[in-house]
Design a protein around this ligand. Sequence first.
Ligand code: NAD
Length: 530
Amino acid sequence: MLRLSHGVRRASLYEGRLKYLLNNEWKESAATEYIPVHNPATQEVVCEVPKMPLSEMNAVAESSAEAYKSWRETSILSRQQIMLKYQQLIKENKTEVAKLITREQGKTLADAEGDVHRGLQVVEHACGIPSLMQLKGETLQGLSKDLDIKSYREPLGVVAGVCPFNFPAMIPLWMYPVALMCGNTFIMKPSERVPGASTLLSQLLIDSGLPAGCLNTVHGSHDCVNFICDNEHIRAVSFVGGNGAGEHINNRAAGSNGKRVQSNMGAKNHGIIMPDANKNATLNQLVGAAFGAAGQRCMALPVGIFVGEAREWIPDLLQMAKDLKCGPGHEPGCDVGPVISPQAKEYIEGVITQSVAEGCHLLLDGRNTTVPGYEKGNFVGPTIITGCKPGMRAYEEEIFGPVFCTVEAETLDEAIALVNSNQWGNGTAIFTNNGATARKFQHEIQAGQVRMEYLYLRITFFKVGINVPIPVPLPMFSFTGNKKSYVGSGHNFYGKAGVHFYTQLKTITELWRAEDATELKAEVAMPTMK
Ligand code: NAD
């Protein structure tokens, strides 16, 4: 049995009433209200999250500000050693983190391991921080006689992250490894629906040697987020989640309080299926991307645009979707786990019902799915809605469930126009065996279509897959997004943009005149820097 340094069982960290992390100690909250965390396959309450009072959250921010004073002076090489150890500990504890994800979020164990693995890749990338920081500065010597200019990146100070429920490991790991390696201290607010993985990952970072106060946590829901938006010590906020919270955070933290914000929000990704694509590979990819994780991925593919004769493949797709097994994520052979809550199930089933009323055809109906032995689980079976059109609810809204909408188009141009007029801008994909088709798609997608209200001061792009249904970039690239899927200062997550987000440039212009040692007369005219 694994124990913490003071002898307490490690598993007690994510059982019962959760504690919060302050100065590398897990503290009991004086909260009077707790949010129950349910296993979505059974409704069993697995732990409870405190709604921390303001006084505790203020103490957390004070601790982070204090820790920053010495952490920013800690050499980059020392910081790097901690991250190297951390990546090793995550590898060793991957299965335990994955089990917590399945218990609280519902996804299958294999998928949960993928969740940890994609986060681990960011940690591995952050291990290269000396080169990452070095590449982000610039110097130019001898600009004019004895004058040099150099710029380098410095940390911001205390920064914070607010996380969603759907990737309990990967998304926290998008945030603090890069932020900490850049020299910031970090306040993590895990999703109140899936706090376990984030708790264990925080403990592993303490075990890796992170000094006290560099990573602290706060727990709660809206009040806790508002605290992060308002607290004077916090300089930047990373957010991933839905549009309601993301736009609110941008308005309050950036708009009212002048903080830097990166906010990755909702999505409705479209895939174009060309008749020349590899049929079997494409259908397998569509089924995985639409129904994997019960459709609860921001990079899921909930809309398929079948061009020309590709529409004849829909019956085969139906058969493959029917073969998927719904069940609790921990059971071997299960393909589609439960959705996060009874409310989510009700919402998803409501959209499916309305799609029929709006004239769509339900090729496969996942409503009222029950799993023997798990009758209370929030299961929705794979669902295929055909005949969807823009303007219909099932087409427009982010359903975030195992629901695949098919749309038909006569030409590639028509399909590209549909993708370009999609209000969301997270990702898209094309399936084709024709290089020229792929190139045209890659070139024309999103051209000139970005809605002005989402363009304010931003340079963002989105993710395009060519025969890749879920093109989530590896961490040496950034996780981009645009239109209604992103708001903020223009910096995306990880990659170069991640380092830019968590740092600020300082530019030094220095003149060390060769003859200066003996020069005594002051210059009073405006320096021309010649
Ligand atoms: P959510 O917005 O409900 O919650 C995310 C976080 O925001 C939580 O920590 C929650 O406590 C907080 N929050 C929620 N409502 C709030 C409010 N009104 N005021 C202040 N704080 C609030 O999101 P979720 O349901 O946990 O996650 C699913 C959403 O996340 C989907 O829309 C999905 O597309 C999106 N997502 C986007 C990406 C991306 O990179 N674009 C990645 C993963 C998930």
